[in-house]
Design a protein around this ligand. Structure first.
Ligand SMILES: Cc1cc2nc3c(=O)[nH]c(=O)nc-3n(C[C@H](O)[C@H](O)[C@H](O)COP(=O)(O)O)c2cc1C
Length: 179
């Protein structure tokens, strides 16, 4: 199962059901976590709530670039609807003498990966996306983020439509050196 995971960019209904989501979040909360800071946060947007996410995206984009074209805004408005569910993943960074920010963000990445794997194991299609709005303070404010909270991804979830996308496969030798 680990070797066959891949991203799906064409996702349709149904969204994961509650039982599947519970497994995904339980897996996400099993990420390695130095000093047990539990930095992970997830906000789930599904159905009508996707309109709210789309509105936030448009508002943040227009705020960050007042010159942005109507075309781009209209396109942005459709983005959350590329899947029946979008989960905004974030980490709340805490001051800690032994755990620098990067370790807390790495833990967030591990948590999202666990979530993606738990999705895959249950036949749920997923894709981790960011884009410029992932780094927009306005977007984070609109989402109600805490002061030290930072966005690490929009996880698109649903049922894969067909199986067209090729998995990325590298050769081990390109990445691994045995000393
Ligand atoms: C932090 C992060 C952000 C990403 N953001 C995007 C994105 O905005 N758009 C995109 O097409 N792929 C994005 N990707 C890559 C895809 O999720 C995916 O991993 C990639 O297309 C390779 O496909 P695979 O997962 O099937 O190997 C991101 C990956 C990571 C780890």
């Amino acid at each position: 199962m680990l070797l066959s995971r891949k991203s799906h960019n064409k996702l349709v209904a149904p969204a994961p059901i509650d039982e599947q989501l519970e497994v995904m979040f339980r897996a996400a909360l099993r990420a390695p976590d130095h000093a047990l800071l539990k930095p992970w946060r997830y906000r789930v947007f599904e159905g009508e709530a996707l309109h709210e996410l789309a509105t936030h995206m448009v508002t943040a984009a227009a705020h960050d670039d007042p010159e942005i074209s109507e075309d781009k805004l209209a396109k942005l408005k459709t983005k959350p609807f590329r899947a029946p569910m979008v989960i905004v993943a974030s980490v709340v960074i805490q001051e800690h003498p032994k755990v620098p920010e990067i370790e807390q963000i790495l833990s967030g990445g591990a948590s999202v990966q666990n979530l993606l794997m738990a999705a895959h194991f249950q036949g749920v299609g997923a894709m981790w996306r960011t884009g410029s709005l992932a780094f927009s303070q306005k977007m984070m404010d609109l989402l109600g983020f805490e002061d030290k909270e930072t966005l690490i991804g929009f996880v698109y979830l649903g049922t894969e439509e067909g199986d067209k996308r090729q998995a990325r496969i590298s050769e081990i030798e390109e990445h691994v050196t045995r000393i």
